[in-house]
Design a protein around this ligand. Sequence first.
Ligand code: ATP
Ligand code: AH0
Length: 372
Amino acid sequence: MNAAANAGATGMIWALGLMSGTSLDGVDAALIETDGVRIGRIGPSLTLPYSPELRAKTRSLLDRAAGLSADDTDVLAIAWDLTLQHVEAVRLLREQVPDLEPAVIGFHGQTILHQPELGRSWQIGDAGLLQERCNVPVVHDFRTRDLENGGEGAPLVPVFHAALLEQERRPVAVLNIGGVANVTVLGAQDLAGERGVWACDTGPGNALLDDWALQHTGQPCDFGGALAAAGTVCQDVLEALLAMPYFARPMPKSLDRLSFHPEAMALVRDLSAADGAATLAAFTVESVARTVFPVRPELWFVAGGGRHNPVLMDGLNRRLGPVASVDNLGWDGDALEAQCFGLLAVRCLRGLPSSWPGTTGVRQPCRAGRTV
Ligand SMILES: Nc1ncnc2c1ncn2[C@@H]1O[C@H](COP(=O)(O)OP(=O)(O)OP(=O)(O)O)[C@@H](O)[C@H]1O
Ligand SMILES: CC(=O)N[C@H]1[C@@H]2OC[C@@H](O2)[C@@H](O)[C@@H]1O[C@H](C)C(=O)O
């Protein structure tokens, strides 16, 4: 990533970013001030959880997404409900800072299918409805152009991590453990501020663990890693999980929430609840530890809900050396992705690229998003 990639930015504006991640837990909304390159003030953020009913409906769509068309009545109905959830998140956030007028909204939408090998990544949500109800320009459809240009369409967060770590000169990694886990690796920075940026989805984050916990405890996740902590990792199953072809592929590469279903669930099926959780947590950790990066990060920071799981954090500490939560940097690890889509919206408005060959495999630096 170099200075030319950021030419053209002008003054700072406020952007409101919206992200609903693969964990299907709700909508994150965040306000951020940026010129598309540098990060100015960080505004408030919030999460508006999905109701159990909306979560279940969205999950059932995800399970059937490959066979659905964009005009399917279930897709349209759920997209409508999800959009209204986003409208409400915007309303609640703006209520906290009534004098702050966002110039743009960055609307990711809910991913229900990600098939980069078929040039397809499907986020549902009605950007026109959101724009109409919020009366603010909306940037959306962030992944299509990257896919059209030979990229994976994900991850898109590296440009945000690079902006946040502009002052850090050492090689550093930011790992997000959401439903899927993704990593950004920033090379050492030279005096001109030039550095390599690489990224990929490393493997599962919490999604398999969440499904396992729901099945065995009725809880939506393994809170505090309690179930996994009570179990023992089954090494044979762990190696079988890591033998799946995704892990032999070099980066850049990306995943769907269900990429490892049903194979992974079949491999752990006969384990006890605790041993299955321990093995799935080790799967997340090992898939990060075995990813081959172009440079060896000296520092590791962890974002996303997985940083609240001590079994994952202890495992990462054992395998990678000291690993800290991004909260130690003064960042809000729950709001980062929403803030990122605020930045990406401004980059779109200003014609700046948001993905690079090293981050998504796109042929040339590529702009993300379009405006309604
Ligand atoms: N206290 C906790 N203990 C254990 N796990 C937790 C805790 N809090 C959150 N999590 C995990 O974090 C997950 C949510 O993470 P996050 O919000 O980062 O995901 P996401 O943004 O939806 O996913 P993605 O980044 O893949 O889009 C939950 O589903 C759960 O597995
Ligand atoms: C297709 C899709 O929605 N991918 C998400 C998902 O959640 C984590 C990981 O998989 C990442 O690749 C991406 O989200 C982040 C915000 C990204 O694009 O950087």
